[in-house]
Design a protein around this ligand. Structure first.
Ligand SMILES: [Mg+2]
Length: 175
């Protein structure tokens, strides 16, 4: 299978450095569990604005932690499947994003920046953004919503609560 894998919220913890900035600048103690929506208000800013700031700073991008279990799962999946990184990050962040993937040894054959993931060739999408998952599923292909605090209350047909779940779902889909 050709598996399309999102970056932010699936491979990279993009919220961690943004929260660190918010907490430092506002002397607060917000956690990722407080981020219940895409543009969650946090004091006098919102997380989407702060993530944009982080993405504009290559050093901050490099500091993003890998989401737990992602590396082990992808190494396993890459033995049998083609991994295509599909991110909606701005095209200008491609260099730092690809550098992050390389430094963190994330196995992949291909890298795409797009806001239209449903238009990509591929057999399965793993993403934490429900509109992308819904649009991909509407093309008749399986799509998995990777659970995060900002999507956990949303109804979804296929959901992965972590990378072990992704591996199990892929195994079920294998011919
Ligand atoms: Mg994402």
């Amino acid at each position: 299978m050709r598996i399309l894998v999102d970056v932010d919220g699936v491979l990279a913890d993009h919220v961690a450095p943004a929260l660190a900035i918010v907490n430092r600048e506002q002397r607060m103690a917000f956690t990722r569990a407080d981020v219940k929506e895409w543009a969650q208000q946090l004091g006098d800013t919102d997380i989407a604005t702060e993530i944009k700031r982080v993405l504009a700073d290559p050093d901050a991008v490099m500091g993003m932690p890998v989401i737990e279990g992602a590396l082990e799962a992808l190494n396993m999946l890459a033995e049998k499947h083609t991994i295509i990184i599909a991110t909606s990050r701005p095209f200008g962040t491609s260099a730092s994003t690809r550098n992050w993937l390389w430094v963190n040894r994330i196995p992949h054959s291909c890298f795409v920046c797009t806001n239209d993931k449903a238009a990509l060739e591929g057999d399965l999408l793993i993403d934490d953004h429900l509109p992308f998952v819904a649009a991909f599923a509407a093309t008749g292909r399986p799509a998995v919503l990777f659970t995060q605090p900002w999507n956990e209350d949303m109804p979804c047909v296929c959901r992965a609560r972590g990378w072990q779940d992704v591996v199990r779902i892929v195994a079920e889909l294998e011919p």
